[in-house]
Design a protein around this ligand. Structure first.
Ligand code: 13P
Ligand code: SF4
Length: 378
């Protein structure tokens, strides 16, 4: 991880009201040269300055469309800023206000380990193996994915991307019999099962072990080989939280992100990506009750926005993404001041060859139509 320089005291010691007014002023000064993007998991006091908010898919697409903005300030995590740099125009500069805002899940997969894993699995498999990388991965992994004929996915379009990868060969891509899903095992398993595959058709590749700890029989039996990675935020949700919220609120509907463990998704009423969860709650009738198994900044914001519904975090406690929270107002102001003073800080630049390949994997994903509904159980 790159090291974040400590901020000067004028930022760390500024009062809340001063930070707000200075951020608003510098944004105003930069005008249309600047576009601030904010992920849904971002804290309220930062996301209020975003020109656009969205999930990771929407933000990649927005970044690609902001051709007038010379500067894209990404209030998200490192892989999202890399994706924005990859898909934006060469004259645009992407800035991540705090370099320590990395995704803990993305950091569970190292590019060299992924390349070695793909080789090992391909040798053990009796069929073509197509890597599918969740956008929560480094640009290097996206590039490896593209070179091996695979694509990226988000939690909104993962099912479509899996279906694409398992479809018969077309002229651009060799026929594929198996998917190597990197880096979130839960997203891979939950999607495979939603597609009608059995849990026994999934196996877990552990990068710490020779051949991922798998035998030839394991790999040949599996359709989905899942990298041993997870999101610590979504792994906080447990089956007992579903039971307990249903005891206290018998009519509540439980909706969870597919990064949650299988046993939680199985017990929930529905599962879906961040965008799909938001859509489901917005469309719900007044008076309905929702326990949501995803990042708590988003869930608490939904509760404030929809006061006609009861909305709570599934574990009734905090499930904040502390990585996203590293983008705070002092870092945002520091990054904006750098742009305004012509001394750009924290620019995220992906080397050209990596970017060219990673763009292919992202573009394949964007070209595949996203699923818009949550997955209903039962
Ligand atoms: P989305 O693709 O739903 O934005 O999720 C990104 C993420 O980091 C979820 O933990
Ligand atoms: Fe990464 Fe989890 Fe944070 Fe999403 S919630 S950015 S997967 S650490």
């Amino acid at each position: 991880m790159e090291t974040q320089a400590p901020l000067p005291p004028e930022y760390t010691q500024a009062e809340s009201a001063e930070l707000d007014s200075r951020i608003a002023a510098v944004k105003n000064q930069l005008g249309s040269k600047l576009c601030v993007l904010g992920h849904h998991y971002q804290r309220d006091e930062v996301i209020k300055f975003a020109d656009f908010t969205g999930d990771s898919l929407k933000l990649s697409q927005l970044a690609a469309g902001q051709t007038d903005a010379e500067f894209i300030v990404f209030c998200g995590v490192h892989f999202m800023a890399e994706s924005a740099d990859i898909v934006s125009s060469p004259n645009q500069k992407v800035v991540l206000p705090n370099l320590h805002a990395g995704c803990a899940m993305a950091e569970m997969a190292d590019a060299e380990d992924v390349a070695a894993g793909l080789e090992e699995i391909s040798e053990l498999a009796d069929a073509q193996v197509t890597p599918i990388s969740y956008v929560n991965s480094t640009a290097d992994i996206k590039a490896i994915t593209a070179r091996a004929g695979g694509a990226c996915c988000t939690s909104s379009n993962v099912r479509n991307v899996f279906e694409w990868a398992l479809a018969p060969a077309d002229k651009n891509r060799p026929g594929a019999g198996k998917i190597f899903c990197i880096p979130d095992q839960h997203l891979g398993r939950n999607t495979a099962i939603a597609m009608g595959y059995g849990e026994n058709e999934c196996c877990v590749y552990d990068p710490q072990l020779p051949d991922g700890g798998l035998t030839q029989a394991d790999v040949q039996r599996a359709t989905f080989i899942l990298w041993k990675g997870h999101c610590y935020v979504h792994q906080l949700f447990r089956p007992e939280h579903v039971t307990s919220v249903r005891e206290s609120h018998p009519d509540i509907r439980v909706i969870v992100h597919p990064e949650c463990p299988r046993e939680v998704v199985e017990l929930a009423d529905a599962s879906g990506s961040t965008a799909q969860i938001i859509t489901a709650i917005e469309a719900a009738d007044p008076g309905t009750e929702w326990a949501v198994g995803t990042e708590s900044n988003l869930v608490n914001r939904l509760a404030k926005r929809h006061t006609d519904k009861f909305i709570c975090v599934l574990n009734q406690a905090s499930a904040a993404c502390t990585q996203m929270c590293r983008i705070d107002r002092p870092h945002l102001l520091w990054a904006l001041d750098g742009i305004a003073n012509g001394q750009i800080v924290n620019q995220i630049t992906v080397p050209k060859e990596t970017a060219d390949n990673a763009r292919i994997a992202l573009q394949r994903m964007i070209d595949i139509k996203p699923v818009t509904q949550v997955t209903k159980n039962g």
